[in-house]
Design a protein around this ligand. Sequence first.
Ligand code: ZN
Length: 183
Amino acid sequence: MTLFCAAACFAQTQESATAPAQSPAAASTPNLRMALAASVAMAQLEPKSGSDVSGLVAFRQVGDEVLVTGMIKNLKPGKHGLHIHEKGDCSSPDAASAGPHFNPTNQHHGGPTTTEHHAGDLGNVEATSSGIVQLNSKVKLSLSGKDSIIGKSVVVHEGEDDLKTDPAGNSGARVACGEIKPK
Ligand code: ZN
């Protein structure tokens, strides 16, 4: 009994620590405003727009930046736009449900190093000839506070992001999408 409670109660404590007064189901409700604080978050990417693209992206707060790591597979070789979108809703077949790029400072589209860009503009990732991307970069994002990316989504695009054209750098269809959830 004690042992059982150790696991179950730990899980419950974790849940209430990250999502006060919300059930797990409520916490994943797309439009719910969440002020969650977490040091680690994950997004499980599911195929969209008829693709086979899948993957797992992890976010870890390191000072005022977020370390983005993970792997994406079954992409076409070459560059693909990678963005954080405003809504944590990947339910539609083309991932249009994820909404536009996460843009809390109301700027134009760009790349991570351009003067003006959406906070969610992570630029391009480049898939190998085997269609694989290994992620490992730091970006100016947060896992807590009003501009937290928790409850948003990660979207991988079919084509290359030109890092300048509004609203999404002409990067084409959304081929994978995953909601960013606290871990
Ligand atoms: Zn953008």
